[in-house]
Ligand binder design. Structure first.
Ligand SMILES: C[S@@+](CC[C@H](N)C(=O)[O-])C[C@H]1O[C@@H](n2cnc3c(N)ncnc32)[C@H](O)[C@@H]1O
Length: 264
Protein backbone atom coordinates (compact mmCIF):
# COMPACT_ATOMS: atom_id res chain seq x y z
CA UNK A 1 0.00 0.00 0.00
CA UNK A 2 1.27 3.51 -0.75
CA UNK A 3 2.03 5.45 2.44
CA UNK A 4 0.80 9.05 2.56
CA UNK A 5 4.32 10.30 3.45
CA UNK A 6 5.66 8.84 0.19
CA UNK A 7 2.93 10.48 -1.89
CA UNK A 8 3.97 12.94 -4.63
CA UNK A 9 3.18 16.50 -3.57
CA UNK A 10 0.29 17.24 -5.94
CA UNK A 11 -1.72 14.14 -5.00
CA UNK A 12 -4.66 14.74 -2.66
CA UNK A 13 -4.89 11.63 -0.50
CA UNK A 14 -7.48 13.05 1.88
CA UNK A 15 -10.52 12.68 -0.38
CA UNK A 16 -11.65 9.49 -2.13
CA UNK A 17 -10.50 9.09 -5.69
CA UNK A 18 -12.34 6.98 -8.29
CA UNK A 19 -9.26 5.12 -9.59
CA UNK A 20 -8.02 4.23 -6.12
CA UNK A 21 -11.44 3.19 -4.76
CA UNK A 22 -11.78 0.91 -7.80
CA UNK A 23 -8.26 -0.40 -7.21
CA UNK A 24 -9.24 -1.27 -3.64
CA UNK A 25 -12.32 -3.17 -4.88
CA UNK A 26 -10.05 -5.15 -7.20
CA UNK A 27 -7.76 -6.09 -4.30
CA UNK A 28 -5.01 -3.65 -5.37
CA UNK A 29 -2.63 -1.79 -3.08
CA UNK A 30 -2.54 1.64 -4.71
CA UNK A 31 -5.03 3.31 -2.41
CA UNK A 32 -5.18 5.41 0.76
CA UNK A 33 -7.26 5.50 3.93
CA UNK A 34 -9.87 7.89 2.45
CA UNK A 35 -10.30 5.57 -0.54
CA UNK A 36 -10.70 2.49 1.66
CA UNK A 37 -13.24 4.28 3.87
CA UNK A 38 -15.25 5.33 0.80
CA UNK A 39 -15.06 1.78 -0.57
CA UNK A 40 -16.35 0.41 2.74
CA UNK A 41 -19.28 2.86 2.69
CA UNK A 42 -20.14 2.01 -0.91
CA UNK A 43 -19.92 -1.73 -0.18
CA UNK A 44 -22.25 -1.28 2.79
CA UNK A 45 -25.02 0.26 0.64
CA UNK A 46 -24.20 -1.60 -2.56
CA UNK A 47 -22.64 -4.88 -1.42
CA UNK A 48 -22.21 -6.24 -4.91
CA UNK A 49 -19.80 -3.45 -5.95
CA UNK A 50 -16.61 -5.57 -5.53
CA UNK A 51 -18.22 -8.30 -7.66
CA UNK A 52 -19.16 -5.73 -10.27
CA UNK A 53 -15.58 -4.38 -10.34
CA UNK A 54 -14.22 -7.87 -11.04
CA UNK A 55 -16.95 -8.49 -13.65
CA UNK A 56 -15.92 -5.26 -15.35
CA UNK A 57 -12.36 -6.52 -15.80
CA UNK A 58 -13.69 -9.77 -17.24
CA UNK A 59 -15.89 -7.78 -19.61
CA UNK A 60 -12.76 -5.88 -20.71
CA UNK A 61 -11.02 -9.20 -21.46
CA UNK A 62 -13.98 -10.35 -23.63
CA UNK A 63 -14.12 -7.02 -25.46
CA UNK A 64 -10.41 -6.73 -26.22
CA UNK A 65 -10.29 -10.35 -27.39
CA UNK A 66 -13.34 -9.77 -29.63
CA UNK A 67 -11.81 -6.64 -31.16
CA UNK A 68 -8.42 -8.31 -31.60
CA UNK A 69 -10.05 -11.26 -33.33
CA UNK A 70 -11.86 -8.76 -35.59
CA UNK A 71 -8.43 -7.48 -36.68
CA UNK A 72 -7.90 -4.47 -34.40
CA UNK A 73 -4.17 -4.09 -33.75
CA UNK A 74 -4.08 -0.71 -32.00
CA UNK A 75 -5.99 0.51 -28.96
CA UNK A 76 -6.49 3.67 -26.94
CA UNK A 77 -7.70 2.79 -23.45
CA UNK A 78 -9.15 6.01 -21.99
CA UNK A 79 -9.71 6.06 -18.22
CA UNK A 80 -7.47 3.03 -17.97
CA UNK A 81 -7.27 2.92 -14.17
CA UNK A 82 -4.44 1.67 -11.98
CA UNK A 83 -2.81 -1.29 -13.78
CA UNK A 84 -4.46 -4.67 -13.23
CA UNK A 85 -3.59 -7.94 -14.91
CA UNK A 86 -4.41 -8.91 -17.57
CA UNK A 87 -3.95 -5.48 -19.08
CA UNK A 88 -5.17 -4.47 -22.53
CA UNK A 89 -1.85 -5.08 -24.31
CA UNK A 90 -1.47 -8.50 -22.67
CA UNK A 91 -4.92 -9.52 -23.95
CA UNK A 92 -4.42 -8.00 -27.41
CA UNK A 93 -0.97 -9.54 -27.78
CA UNK A 94 -2.36 -12.99 -27.05
CA UNK A 95 -3.93 -12.56 -30.51
CA UNK A 96 -1.21 -10.46 -32.20
CA UNK A 97 2.15 -9.99 -30.43
CA UNK A 98 2.64 -6.68 -32.25
CA UNK A 99 -0.54 -5.00 -30.93
CA UNK A 100 0.01 -1.43 -29.73
CA UNK A 101 -1.76 0.27 -26.83
CA UNK A 102 -1.91 3.86 -25.55
CA UNK A 103 -3.13 3.95 -21.95
CA UNK A 104 -4.71 7.30 -21.05
CA UNK A 105 -5.95 8.62 -17.72
CA UNK A 106 -6.38 12.09 -16.24
CA UNK A 107 -5.18 10.94 -12.82
CA UNK A 108 -1.41 11.47 -12.51
CA UNK A 109 -1.16 8.62 -9.98
CA UNK A 110 -2.59 6.22 -12.55
CA UNK A 111 -0.22 7.48 -15.25
CA UNK A 112 2.86 7.05 -13.02
CA UNK A 113 1.86 3.44 -12.29
CA UNK A 114 0.91 2.70 -15.90
CA UNK A 115 4.20 4.15 -17.10
CA UNK A 116 6.21 2.03 -14.67
CA UNK A 117 4.28 -1.23 -15.04
CA UNK A 118 2.82 -1.24 -18.55
CA UNK A 119 4.86 1.02 -20.82
CA UNK A 120 7.87 -1.28 -20.85
CA UNK A 121 8.33 -1.48 -24.63
CA UNK A 122 7.96 0.76 -27.65
CA UNK A 123 4.48 -0.58 -28.47
CA UNK A 124 2.91 0.68 -25.24
CA UNK A 125 2.61 4.21 -23.83
CA UNK A 126 1.05 5.79 -20.74
CA UNK A 127 -0.31 9.27 -21.33
CA UNK A 128 -1.91 11.84 -19.06
CA UNK A 129 -5.03 13.08 -20.83
CA UNK A 130 -8.64 14.00 -20.25
CA UNK A 131 -11.41 12.08 -22.03
CA UNK A 132 -13.34 15.36 -22.26
CA UNK A 133 -10.55 16.92 -24.36
CA UNK A 134 -10.39 14.66 -27.44
CA UNK A 135 -8.03 16.98 -29.34
CA UNK A 136 -5.54 16.83 -26.48
CA UNK A 137 -5.53 13.02 -26.46
CA UNK A 138 -5.64 12.58 -30.25
CA UNK A 139 -2.85 15.13 -30.69
CA UNK A 140 -0.61 13.80 -27.93
CA UNK A 141 2.83 12.96 -29.40
CA UNK A 142 2.96 9.51 -27.76
CA UNK A 143 -0.54 8.66 -29.03
CA UNK A 144 0.35 9.85 -32.54
CA UNK A 145 3.57 7.82 -32.50
CA UNK A 146 1.68 4.63 -31.60
CA UNK A 147 -1.64 5.01 -33.36
CA UNK A 148 -2.09 5.20 -37.12
CA UNK A 149 -5.45 6.91 -37.56
CA UNK A 150 -5.62 5.73 -41.19
CA UNK A 151 -6.04 2.21 -39.82
CA UNK A 152 -8.88 0.87 -37.63
CA UNK A 153 -8.40 1.60 -33.95
CA UNK A 154 -10.16 0.30 -30.85
CA UNK A 155 -11.12 3.06 -28.44
CA UNK A 156 -12.01 1.76 -24.99
CA UNK A 157 -14.05 3.87 -22.57
CA UNK A 158 -14.68 1.34 -19.85
CA UNK A 159 -16.40 2.72 -16.74
CA UNK A 160 -15.37 6.31 -17.36
CA UNK A 161 -18.28 8.06 -19.14
CA UNK A 162 -20.33 8.17 -15.93
CA UNK A 163 -17.66 10.64 -14.79
CA UNK A 164 -18.66 12.98 -17.64
CA UNK A 165 -21.66 15.15 -16.73
CA UNK A 166 -24.50 15.81 -19.18
CA UNK A 167 -23.57 19.51 -19.41
CA UNK A 168 -20.10 18.44 -20.64
CA UNK A 169 -21.70 17.09 -23.85
CA UNK A 170 -20.83 13.37 -23.78
CA UNK A 171 -22.29 12.84 -27.28
CA UNK A 172 -20.13 15.64 -28.69
CA UNK A 173 -17.06 14.11 -27.03
CA UNK A 174 -17.73 10.72 -28.65
CA UNK A 175 -18.33 12.43 -32.01
CA UNK A 176 -14.90 14.10 -31.85
CA UNK A 177 -13.23 10.70 -31.46
CA UNK A 178 -15.47 9.12 -34.10
CA UNK A 179 -14.46 11.69 -36.70
CA UNK A 180 -10.81 10.68 -36.36
CA UNK A 181 -11.48 6.91 -36.39
CA UNK A 182 -10.97 5.05 -39.70
CA UNK A 183 -13.86 2.89 -40.99
CA UNK A 184 -13.76 -0.48 -39.24
CA UNK A 185 -12.69 1.16 -35.95
CA UNK A 186 -14.48 0.07 -32.80
CA UNK A 187 -15.74 1.94 -29.75
CA UNK A 188 -16.33 0.02 -26.50
CA UNK A 189 -18.23 2.11 -23.99
CA UNK A 190 -19.87 1.06 -20.73
CA UNK A 191 -20.93 3.12 -17.76
CA UNK A 192 -23.14 3.07 -14.64
CA UNK A 193 -26.78 2.59 -15.66
CA UNK A 194 -29.79 4.36 -14.15
CA UNK A 195 -31.59 1.06 -13.58
CA UNK A 196 -29.19 0.33 -10.72
CA UNK A 197 -30.70 -0.08 -7.28
CA UNK A 198 -31.61 3.31 -5.74
CA UNK A 199 -29.62 2.58 -2.55
CA UNK A 200 -26.43 2.09 -4.53
CA UNK A 201 -27.02 5.28 -6.54
CA UNK A 202 -27.70 7.23 -3.34
CA UNK A 203 -24.48 5.88 -1.78
CA UNK A 204 -22.36 7.04 -4.74
CA UNK A 205 -24.06 10.44 -4.78
CA UNK A 206 -23.46 10.93 -1.07
CA UNK A 207 -19.86 9.73 -1.01
CA UNK A 208 -18.74 11.78 -4.01
CA UNK A 209 -20.85 14.85 -3.04
CA UNK A 210 -17.71 16.77 -2.03
CA UNK A 211 -15.63 15.47 -4.92
CA UNK A 212 -15.11 17.61 -8.04
CA UNK A 213 -16.30 14.71 -10.23
CA UNK A 214 -19.77 13.27 -9.63
CA UNK A 215 -21.18 10.02 -10.95
CA UNK A 216 -23.88 10.32 -13.65
CA UNK A 217 -26.06 7.20 -13.86
CA UNK A 218 -27.61 7.15 -17.38
CA UNK A 219 -30.70 5.44 -18.80
CA UNK A 220 -29.80 2.70 -21.27
CA UNK A 221 -31.44 4.72 -24.03
CA UNK A 222 -29.05 7.61 -23.28
CA UNK A 223 -26.10 5.22 -23.33
CA UNK A 224 -27.29 3.93 -26.71
CA UNK A 225 -27.37 7.56 -27.96
CA UNK A 226 -23.62 7.75 -27.34
CA UNK A 227 -23.16 5.18 -30.15
CA UNK A 228 -24.62 7.55 -32.72
CA UNK A 229 -22.70 7.01 -35.99
CA UNK A 230 -21.61 3.49 -34.99
CA UNK A 231 -23.27 0.15 -35.74
CA UNK A 232 -23.75 -1.71 -32.50
CA UNK A 233 -22.42 -5.26 -32.45
CA UNK A 234 -24.87 -7.85 -31.08
CA UNK A 235 -26.25 -7.97 -28.43
CA UNK A 236 -26.38 -4.13 -28.44
CA UNK A 237 -26.48 -2.05 -25.28
CA UNK A 238 -26.87 -4.45 -22.35
CA UNK A 239 -25.61 -5.01 -18.83
CA UNK A 240 -21.96 -6.15 -18.93
CA UNK A 241 -22.97 -9.58 -17.62
CA UNK A 242 -25.12 -10.05 -20.74
CA UNK A 243 -22.47 -8.97 -23.25
CA UNK A 244 -21.30 -12.21 -24.90
CA UNK A 245 -21.17 -14.07 -21.57
CA UNK A 246 -18.74 -16.94 -21.20
CA UNK A 247 -20.34 -18.39 -18.10
CA UNK A 248 -23.20 -17.65 -15.75
CA UNK A 249 -22.15 -14.17 -14.63
CA UNK A 250 -23.54 -12.86 -11.32
CA UNK A 251 -26.54 -10.48 -11.56
CA UNK A 252 -25.64 -7.38 -9.57
CA UNK A 253 -28.17 -4.77 -8.43
CA UNK A 254 -25.75 -2.02 -9.33
CA UNK A 255 -25.62 -2.04 -13.13
CA UNK A 256 -22.99 -1.12 -15.68
CA UNK A 257 -24.31 -1.15 -19.23
CA UNK A 258 -23.07 -0.41 -22.72
CA UNK A 259 -21.63 -2.25 -25.67
CA UNK A 260 -19.37 -2.13 -28.69
CA UNK A 261 -19.98 -0.24 -31.91
CA UNK A 262 -18.14 -0.31 -35.22
CA UNK A 263 -17.70 2.71 -37.46
CA UNK A 264 -19.07 1.78 -40.91
C1 LIG B 1 -13.48 2.95 -12.58
S1 LIG B 1 -11.91 3.33 -13.27
C2 LIG B 1 -12.02 2.31 -14.71
C3 LIG B 1 -10.73 1.61 -15.00
C4 LIG B 1 -10.69 0.72 -16.23
N1 LIG B 1 -11.18 1.38 -17.44
C5 LIG B 1 -11.43 -0.58 -16.00
O1 LIG B 1 -12.53 -0.72 -16.51
O2 LIG B 1 -10.94 -1.43 -15.30
C6 LIG B 1 -12.16 4.96 -13.98
C7 LIG B 1 -10.86 5.62 -14.43
O3 LIG B 1 -11.18 6.74 -15.24
C8 LIG B 1 -10.29 7.80 -14.91
N2 LIG B 1 -10.93 9.05 -15.32
C9 LIG B 1 -11.95 9.71 -14.71
N3 LIG B 1 -12.30 10.81 -15.41
C10 LIG B 1 -11.46 10.85 -16.49
C11 LIG B 1 -11.34 11.75 -17.58
N4 LIG B 1 -12.12 12.84 -17.69
N5 LIG B 1 -10.36 11.51 -18.50
C12 LIG B 1 -9.57 10.42 -18.39
N6 LIG B 1 -9.66 9.53 -17.38
C13 LIG B 1 -10.61 9.74 -16.44
C14 LIG B 1 -10.08 7.66 -13.43
O4 LIG B 1 -8.89 8.30 -13.02
C15 LIG B 1 -10.02 6.15 -13.29
O5 LIG B 1 -8.70 5.69 -13.41
Amino acid sequence: MVGPDKAPKKIDTSTPNHARVYDHFLGGKTNYEADRLAAARIAESAPDTPVLARELRQFLVRVVRTLSEAGIRQFIDIGTGIPTSPSVHEIARSVDPDARVAYVDNDPVVVVHADALLATDAGVAAVEGDLRKPEQILGDPAVRRLIDFDEPVGILCIAVFHLVADHEDPAGIVAAYRERMAPGSHLALVQFAADSDPEGIAAFNEIYAGSPVKVTFRERERIRDLFDGFELLPPGVVGIEEWRPERDHPRTRLKIAGGVGVKP
